[in-house]
Design a binder for this molecule. Structure first.
Ligand code: NAD
Length: 311
């Protein structure tokens, strides 16, 4: 069997496919292609049996339709919003993800962002950097254990985030129409039946839902108005928040603080407004990453693909 790993050039998670080769051993040959777009791939890839897809390379319908014998595509990530699932389904190609490699890391990152916003660490740093030790300049700080935390999406990461906030004594609620009832009792959290209810009742909202047609721009102008004076964190996918509505909200100082690990268009320049404000925290889609998570993700992606191709 022949397998291609498709990875973007300037975001090289894989420089040598050594871990993948270890897993696939004698069962498949692995080739690594650093491209930004599938049009840059050599034609022989169209005859490969399986693909491992990394970040930033969209696998759209025309490419998927031109694959001659591909039976499986594995997205080396949780979210597979870069793959045209319908085109794959129509071609009989099974698409799978790697759901459980970085749950702890994303949950930790979300908490790190929350603590930075709530304790106003960037503001504190700026005060000291300006030569002052006047703590009053940092601004009013909330007591964490008095806060209501709202989570949009209550899957693996949402639940891990809930456990962390609960350890700080916070009350946690979630909005997730697809989670079966009973979870809230078992985990000591509250379920909200509507997104508006969640936004109204929370001091800080953290997003942990997948990107799909239902969640694209789930947080727009109206939702941001409801979040007036509150904190917003997104470590899920950028397009879940309408970036231009968020830019207006930031410009109007509508929110108490915003932290984003993901952005609507991560290949375009980030609007200057977001970079100039110390109530906006940004990180470069790194929430999944730790030295342990990356090799785990690579090995699991190869294992998942192998199991698909051996069926
Ligand atoms: P998961 O599938 O375990 O949980 C997602 C939850 O979202 C599910 O319970 C689902 O029911 C819920 N959901 C679906 N549609 C919803 C909607 N319209 N409103 C509210 N909830 C909805 O996935 P996970 O492992 O918890 O990961 C969540 C997301 O985090 C992924 O989809 C991925 O996009 C993102 N992620 C980001 C990074 C990063 O590095 N920043 C890393 C891993 C995952």
């Amino acid at each position: 069997m022949k397998i291609a790993i498709i990875d973007s050039c300037d975001n090289s998670y894989v420089n040598e496919p050594d871990l993948e080769r270890e897993v696939l051993a004698t069962k498949a040959d692995v080739e690594l292609y650093h491209v930004r777009n599938t049009s840059e791939l050599p034609p022989q890839v169209l005859g490969y049996d399986g693909l491992i897809s990394w970040h930033l390379v969209p696998l759209r319908a025309p490419f998927i339709n031109s694959l001659r014998q591909c039976r499986g595509i594995v997205r080396a990530a949780v979210g597979f919003d870069n793959i045209d699932l319908q085109a794959a389904r129509e071609r009989g190609i099974v698409v799978a993800n790697v759901p459980d490699y970085g749950t702890e890391e994303v949950a930790d990152h979300s908490l790190a962002m929350a603590l930075n916003l709530l304790r106003r660490l960037p503001q504190g740093h700026a005060v000291v950097a300006s030569g002052s030790w006047d703590w009053r300049e940092v601004g009013p700080l909330p007591r964490l254990s008095q806060l209501d935390i709202g989570l949009i999406g209550f899957g693996r990461i949402g639940m891990a985030v809930a456990a962390r906030f609960k350890a700080f004594g916070c009350r946690v609620r979630f909005y997730d129409p697809y989670v079966s009832s009973g979870v809230e009792k078992a985990l000591g959290v509250r379920r909200c039946e509507s997104l508006t209810g969640l936004l109204q009742g929370s001091d800080l909202v953290s997003i942990h839902a997948p990107l799909n047609e239902e969640t694209r721009h789930l947080i727009g102008r109206r939702e941001l108005e409801t979040l007036k004076g509150k904190y917003l964190i997104n470590t899920a996918r950028g397009p879940i928040i309408d970036c231009s509505a968020l830019a207006d909200a930031v410009s109007d100082h509508l929110l108490a603080g915003v932290a984003l690990d993901v952005f609507e268009d991560e290949q375009a320049a980030i609007p200057m407004l977001f970079l100039q404000r110390n109530d906006v925290l940004l990180s470069p889609h790194v929430a999944f990453y730790s030295q342990a998570a990356l090799p785990e993700l690579r090995r699991k992606a190869a294992q998942v693909l192998l199991s698909l191709l051996e069926q």
